[in-house]
Each structure stands twice: as structure tokens, then as C-alpha cells.
Design a protein around this ligand. Structure first.
Ligand code: AMP
Ligand code: ZN
Ligand code: ZN
Length: 456
């Protein structure tokens, strides 16, 4: 019995270790889709029948904790590297590097310099001898680590969702070495900025269109024979919150325009003082009760936003729904970029395919956890990252987790305790038996000794 228990424990442990990495060549391809700015609670507020159909036969993660700043490029790069922004270097929509004196913006993003601090999954996939394909995912049209994708497009927002998907599936069906494909779509971010997330009519229209794209995706994967064969993940980079002309923070009211340069403005401003650091900091820190002001080294650790040259000396963070301007009008009715603790900044995730459980729901995990999960799915070793495979394994059909793992642990624990007690009990019984035998013998011998003369 003892041997079988230990064997069972050994098999269970080795099973867990072996399952940590699928064999790459056998692993089905993975399609990763991002609908920009899809706030997690849109799922509760709007009718999304196709998305519901997608995850009813797969997995839904209601909320992802994403990374600070909750902007498009930082979060899309975190999803594919598993790193916080300070570690992958894609820190904001507009950046300045004080050493090289280079400038970055999302319209001027093709210099590898800005991307090379990390290795995205598509580069690792190709380094492992497979192919990756992409349609407009940020960074996929850049030569990262001396690596240009064969199957990619130059970014063009005018290319339809259908055309993006058709190209990807054509590459995936014609070239079986394509293991990873990434698709990016601009909505509902665009409508969220323009109308604000509280405009339920306009957001309802935008989400109806997004949902119809998900319907097209399922139909098209069915037609091309990929549905149910490949793993598909639908997610997003961040949420959206309502802004208002009543919630403006005007820097010109606090500080003279000539005393600083602003790199990126709202809702997180990156400030380079042109005068004495402490005077600029003092003027800004008393500027507005709805704006937090940090010297670079004092940015809270939980934001993971200080260990990088590209982070400027002073960082301003507006409270939810507040907009930082130098002066003038509100630029957008909806915005994102705020503290990543805010639920309104969180996106969702849904997954479908042979690797995923069916009809399984999870409340949340971190967006950086997606990277080790995706490496597992395509069967490659992850690079060093800030994510955790253990936190996401429950989504997978072949993984022991949660209550099941707990139940197995309890059974093994009880068996070990029972075995130990049985051994101790046997040991004590043997001791009792061996210590009582000499006494019995002696008694018997005595009797025998007494009896013998009687017999004679
Ligand atoms: P934002 O809302 O400022 O964080 O950025 C979203 C916008 O970025 C989208 O509306 C797109 O127009 C733009 N965008 C997304 N991907 C790319 C890309 N690969 N290259 C250039 N612009 C992009
Ligand atoms: Zn975005
Ligand atoms: Zn946006």
C-alpha cells in the first residue's frame, strides 16, 4: 500500500512537470485577437451574442489586470512579452529617450530601438523554427531583434477586419508551419474616445459591430476548417472611462510654460523640468487635488514604472475621468491610460479551442500571465517574464488545478498520514510482542520446571 501511494504521488508530480510544456511540433496553432479598448464590463452592459457563443464553448476571464500605463502600445507589448512596461520599454504613446535623444509616437513607431528591450512571442516562435503571421498588431511590422515577419502588413487602419482575418487564415492554411497569428482591430477604442463609454447608444452600435466581427471570425474559421482545431484567444489592451469638460486639470494655471517640457500629456504626463527640479516639482504637486505628482524614484512600486531611462524625471497621474491639458478644451470624451488598479481600465479575455476547457469562467488574472500561457500553447520556452503560468493553468483542459488539485493534495496527505500511523502502530505492536515474549517464556519455563518433577 505504501509503495502504491508514493508511486501515485510521483506519477502525479511528474505529470504536472511534463504537462508544463506541450511538444511544439504537435501543438495546434494559436490565433490571438485584440479588440482595442474593450472594457471588461461592456460584457454585462451590452448584448454580445456571438462573443457569448464563443466563450460558452470555451473559457471566459471576466477581467484582466493590465499594466500601467493603460495605453495601447504598452499593453499590446505586455500581452506578447509578459513584461511590465518598465521592463519592455514601450512605456507610453509618446516617448523620448534622453540618451539617444530619439522621439517615439504611434505614428512614428518603426525604429527597432523602441522595441528591442524585449523579445515578443512572434520572434521566439520563428527562432524555434516555426512561422508567425500578423495583421496590424502593434510592433509586428517592425524589425525587432533583426527579425522581420514574412507574413505581415504595414499598419493601415483602412484594411477591413474581414481582410485582416482572411489573410491570416490563408497564411495559416497554406503554410502549416504557422504556429502563431495575431490580429488587431481598432474598435471599440475609437468610439470610446469619440463618444465616451457612457454614451450607450453609440457604444451599443460599436459593440454590435465588434460582435458581428466575432461572428464572422467563427464562421470563417469554420469554413476554412480551422474552427475547433486551432486555439483562439480574444482579448483587449485596456478599458475606457468617461471624461468631462468639468474635469480638466490645466497646467498653465500652476506652472510657467517655459519651465518644463511635456513628453506625453494625459492622463499620465511625463515632465522634463527645464528649471530647478524641486521648484517644478513643488509647483506641480500643489497644482490639483485630482492629480498625483511623483518624482521618478517615488512612483509606487505596484505600478512597475520607474526602472527605465525613458521614464522622465516627474510623472503626473490624473484621477479617473480627469484630463490633463496645458490650457483649453477637453480633447476626448473618453480616455484610458489611468492607474491599472481601476476596474474601468481592465479588459477581458475569452478563449476557445482544443487546449481550453468548455464553459469555464474565471474572475481574473494578470495580462502578463497570458504570455507564459501562449508559450505553453505553442510549445516554446518562455523568456524571463513577469507572468505566472500557475495562475492561468486552470483555463486548460489538460491541467490539474483549483479544487481538483486541492482534492488530490488532500487525498495524498490523508494517505501519507494513514500510512505513517499504520507503520507506527505496527512498530509499537511488534515492540510489545517482542518485549512480552521473554516474560511468557519464563513463565512457561517455570511452569515446565515445576511440572517436570511431578511427571517423574
Ligand atoms: P491610443 O488610443 O492612443 O492608445 O491608440 C489607439 C490608436 O492607435 C488606434 O486608434 C490606431 O489608430 C493606432 N494604432 C494601433 N496600432 C497601430 C500601429 N501598429 N501603428 C500605428 N498606429 C496604430
Ligand atoms: Zn488601446
Ligand atoms: Zn485609445
Amino acid at each position: 500500500m505504501q509503495i502504491s501511494v508514493y508511486l501515485y504521488a510521483l506519477i502525479a508530480c511528474s505529470g504536472l512537470t511534463l504537462s508544463a510544456l506541450e511538444n511544439g511540433s504537435d501543438a495546434p496553432a494559436l490565433l490571438l485577437v485584440s479588440f482595442d479598448g474593450f472594457r471588461a464590463d461592456y460584457l454585462n452592459k451590452y448584448s454580445l451574442p456571438n462573443l457569448e457563443k464563443f466563450f460558452s464553448d470555451g473559457v471566459l476571464v471576466r477581467e484582466l489586470t493590465n499594466v500601467f500605463t493603460t495605453k495601447t502600445f504598452p499593453n499590446h507589448y505586455s500581452l506578447v512579452t509578459g513584461l511590465y512596461a518598465e521592463s519592455h520599454g514601450m512605456l507610453a504613446s509618446i516617448m523620448y529617450d534622453p540618451v539617444s535623444k530619439k522621439h517615439f509616437s504611434i505614428q512614428n513607431d518603426s525604429d527597432p530601438f523602441w522595441w528591442d528591450e524585449a523579445i515578443p512571442i512572434w520572434v521566439s516562435v520563428e527562432e524555434n523554427g516555426y512561422r508567425a503571421a500578423a495583421a496590424m498588431w502593434p510592433g509586428t511590422d517592425v524589425n525587432i531583434h533583426n527579425h522581420t515577419l514574412k507574413y505581415t502588413f504595414k499598419y493601415n487602419s483602412k484594411v477591413s477586419f474581414q481582410a485582416r482575418l482572411r489573410n491570416l487564415t490563408q497564411w495559416m492554411t497554406e503554410d502549416k508551419s504557422v504556429k502563431f497569428a495575431a490580429l488587431y482591430w481598432e474598435e471599440p477604442d475609437w468610439s470610446g474616445h469619440r463618444y465616451g463609454p457612457d454614451n450607450t447608444t453609440e457604444m451599443g452600435n460599436a459593440l454590435k459591430e465588434v460582435d458581428s466581427h466575432i461572428g464572422f471570425l467563427m464562421d470563417h474559421l469554420n469554413k476554412t476548417g480551422l474552427w475547433g482545431k486551432i486555439n483562439v484567444i480574444i482579448t483587449s489592451d485596456h478599458g475606457m472611462t468617461q471624461c468631462s469638460p468639468e474635469r480638466l486639470i490645466e497646467l498653465d494655471k500652476c506652472i510657467s510654460a517655459g519651465s518644463y517640457t511635456v513628453v506625453d500629456l494625459t492622463p499620465v504626463a511625463a515632465i522634463i523640468p527645464l528649471e530647478d527640479n524641486s521648484t517644478v516639482y513643488k509647483n506641480l504637486s500643489t497644482c490639483h487635488e485630482h492629480m498625483k505628482v511623483y518624482l521618478k524614484n517615488d512612483v509606487p512600486d505596484r505600478l512597475h514604472y520607474k526602472n527605465n531611462e525613458r521614464i522622465q524625471p516627474i510623472i503626473l497621474v490624473a484621477d479617473e475621468g480627469w484630463t490633463i491639458v496645458k490650457h483649453g478644451n477637453l480633447p476626448r470624451l473618453g480616455d484610458h491610460g489611468y492607474d491599472n488598479m481601476l476596474p474601468s481600465m481592465h479588459p477581458f479575455l475569452a478563449a476557445h479551442g482544443p487546449a481550453f476547457r468548455k464553459g469555464y469562467k474565471m474572475s481574473s488574472f494578470n495580462s502578463v500571465d497570458l504570455y507564459p500561457l501562449m508559450c505553453h500553447l505553442v510549445g516554446i520556452s518562455p523568456k524571463a517574464n513577469n507572468g505566472s503560468f500557475a495562475r492561468v493553468r486552470c483555463a486548460l483542459v489538460n491541467e490539474q488545478c483549483g479544487e481538483l488539485a486541492l482534492a488530490v493534495g488532500i487525498v495524498i496527505g490523508v494517505l501519507i498520514i494513514l500510512t505513517t500511523f499504520t507503520c507506527l502502530f505496527k512498530l509499537m505492536k511488534n515492540r510489545d510482542a517482542s518485549s512480552s515474549r521473554p516474560f511468557a517464556r519464563l513463565e512457561l519455563d517455570d511452569d515446565d520446571a515445576d511440572d517436570e518433577p511431578l511427571l517423574e
